[in-house]
Design a binder for this molecule. Structure first.
Ligand code: PLP
Length: 450
C-alpha cells in the first residue's frame, strides 16, 4: 500500500512545519485536513463529511473521484506517463481535436499549459506577437492568475502587493449592474454605458497600441458578474473595428460551469483566443491551455512561436481531458447544469433572498451563482468592506464557519458567497446545501442594519 498512515493531526502538523501556502500570512493558517472525496463531498480525517459547494477552487466540475476519469488516468499512467512536447502523441492530438471541436468555428489549434495563469500568459504573448502591439486591456474586478504577467492583468487586490507588474496592461470597468460604475438603472443601460466607456478607453490609449482586450466571459472570483445582454457582442465589435484581439478567459467559466462547453456560447460571440484550465479535466492532473484562431496561429506559420513548456500537452493531463469530455457527453452533464440552474439554483436561491434581508443580490448562470451580502438593501452597503481582513471580515468568517459546522464548504470572497458546486451535483445534494445556507445566513442577518 502507498497509504502514508498519517492521522489528521500529523498531516496538519507536517503541513504547518513545511508547506508554504498561497496568498496567506503563514502564521495565521489553520488549514482543514481533507482525506478523501467522492462526487459532491469531501471527508476530513475524523470522518466528517462536507458538501463541496465551491468545487474546491471552482475547478472540480465533474465531481470528486469520478471512477471513469480515475480509470482513464490509471490506464494512461500504465501506457505512458510522460513525453516531450515536440513529439506527436495520441492523447495530446485527441485532446486538442476535441477542445477545438467544441470551440467557435475558426479556433482550430490548442497550446497546452499547466494551468490558468500560464494559459493567460500565452494568450497575451500570442496576441502581442500577432498584432505587433504592446498593450492589453483588462477589467477591474478580474482575476487572471498569479504569474507575473497574469497578476498584472488581474484587476483586484491580489495585484497590489506584486506591483509594478503592468507589462502594458491597462484596466477599465466592465459591467456590474448591481454596483454600476456608470450610474445605470437597467442592464440595457449598463451595456450601453460600459461599451461607451470601453470605446473611450480605447480612444485615449490609442487603438493602434492595443493588442488585445481580455475579459472573463463571466467574471468569477470577483462576483459571478454575468455580462448584460449585448455587452460581449459590443466588445467583439470594438475589437473588429480596431484590429484588436478578443481574448475570453474561460479558466473558471468554461467546461460546464455555465452549462456550455465555453461560456461564450451562451451569448453566441466568437473571441479570437480562449484560455481554459480548471474544468477541462477538473484538475485531476494540472492542465490549461489556449484555443487559437486560425489567423493568429498562421502568424506563426513561418516565424517560430517564442514560447514553450516541458509539460505542454502532458499525456496524463491530456488523457484526463479526453476522458472528462467523453464523460460529460455520456452523462449529458451540460444539459443537467442548465436544468439545475432553471429548476433549482435560480428559484431556490431567490427564495433565500426573500427570507434573508442580508441577501442583496442573487445572480448567476448554470452552476455559477453568487449571493451578495449587504447590511442595508437600500444603500447596498456590503456586509464586509471591499478587501476586508481581520476584524472587518468577521461577519463573513462567521457565516463561513456556520456553513462548515453544518457540513458545507462554501466559497466566499469579500461580501459574497458563491454557489459553485460540481456540475454533477444532484438536485437533492443542491437542496441539502441550500438548506444549510438558509441556516447560516441567519448569522449574516444579525449584522443587518437596514
Ligand atoms: N483566470 C481565471 C478566470 C481564474 O479564475 C483563475 C483561477 O482562479 C485563473 C485565471 C488562474 O488559474 P490558475 O490558478 O490555474 O493559474
Amino acid at each position: 500500500t502507498h497509504d502514508l498512515g498519517l492521522s489528521g493531526d500529523e498531516v496538519k502538523a507536517l503541513d504547518r512545519a513545511h508547506v508554504f501556502h498561497s496568498w496567506s500570512a503563514q502564521a495565521t493558517l489553520d488549514p482543514m485536513a481533507i482525506e478523501r472525496g467522492e462526487g459532491s463531498y469531501v471527508w476530513d480525517y475524523d470522518g466528517n463529511r462536507y458538501l463541496d459547494f465551491g468545487s474546491q477552487l471552482v475547478n472540480v466540475n465533474i465531481g470528486h473521484q469520478h471512477p471513469k476519469l480515475v480509470a482513464a488516468i490509471q490506464d494512461q499512467a500504465a501506457r505512458m506517463c510522460t513525453i516531450a512536447p515536440a513529439v506527436a502523441n495520441d492523447v495530446r492530438s485527441e485532446a486538442a481535436r476535441r477542445i477545438s471541436d467544441v470551440a467557435p468555428e475558426k479556433l482550430t489549434k490548442v497550446f497546452f499549459t499547466n494551468g490558468g495563469a500560464e494559459a493567460n500568459e500565452y494568450a497575451i504573448r500570442l496576441a502581442k506577437g500577432h498584432t505587433g502591439r504592446p498593450k492589453i486591456l483588462t477589467t477591474y474586478r478580474s482575476y487572471h492568475g498569479a504569474t507575473t504577467g497574469a497578476i498584472g492583468l488581474t484587476g483586484e487586490p491580489r495585484r497590489w502587493a506584486n506591483e509594478p507588474v503592468t507589462h502594458g496592461t491597462v484596466h477599465f470597468w466592465g459591467p456590474y449592474p448591481y454596483r454600476s460604475q456608470f450610474h445605470s438603472d437597467s442592464p440595457e443601460q449598463e451595456t450601453e454605458r460600459a461599451l461607451q466607456h470601453l470605446r473611450d478607453v480605447v480612444m485615449v490609449e490609442g487603438p493602434q497600441t492595443i493588442a488585445a482586450i481580455m475579459l472573463e466571459t463571466v467574471v468569477g472570483t470577483n462576483g459571478v458578474l454575468v455580462p448584460p445582454p449585448g455587452y460581449l457582442a459590443g466588445v467583439r465589435e470594438i475589437c473588429d473595428e480596431h484590429g484588436i484581439v478578443m481574448i475570453a478567459d474561460e479558466v473558471m467559466s468554461g467546461f460546464g460551469r455555465c452549462g456550455q462547453w465555453f461560456a461564450i456560447d451562451a451569448w453566441d460571440v466568437a473571441p479570437d483566443l480562449i484560455s481554459f484550465a480548471k474544468g477541462v479535466n477538473s484538475g485531476y492532473v494540472p492542465l490549461g491551455g489556449v484555443v487559437i484562431h486560425e489567423d493568429i496561429a498562421a502568424s506563426y506559420d513561418e516565424k517560430p512561436f517564442p514560447g514553450g513548456l516541458t509539460y505542454s500537452g502532458h499525456p496524463l493531463a491530456c488523457a484526463s481531458a479526453v476522458a472528462s469530455m467523453r464523460i460529460f457527453e455520456e452523462e449529458e452533464i451540460l444539459g443537467h447544469v442548465r436544468r439545475m440552474a432553471q429548476d433549482v439554483y435560480e428559484p431556490r436561491l431567490r427564495e433565500l433572498a426573500d427570507r434573508h434581508p442580508s441577501v442583496g443580490d442573487v445572480r448567476g448562470i448554470g452552476a455559477f451563482w453568487a449571493l451578495e451580502l449587504v447590511r442595508d438593501r437600500d444603500t447596498r452597503e456590503p456586509l464586509v468592506p471591499f478587501n476586508a481582513t481581520g476584524a472587518d471580515a468577521a461577519p463573513m468568517a462567521q457565516f463561513a464557519a456556520a456553513c462548515k459546522q453544518r457540513g458545507l464548504l462554501p466559497f466566499t470572497h469579500f461580501n459574497r458567497t458563491h454557489v459553485v458546486p460540481p456540475c454533477t451535483t444532484t438536485r437533492d445534494e443542491a437542496l441539502e446545501g441550500i438548506a444549510i445556507l438558509d441556516e447560516a445566513l441567519k448569522v449574516a442577518d444579525e449584522h443587518y442594519t437596514g
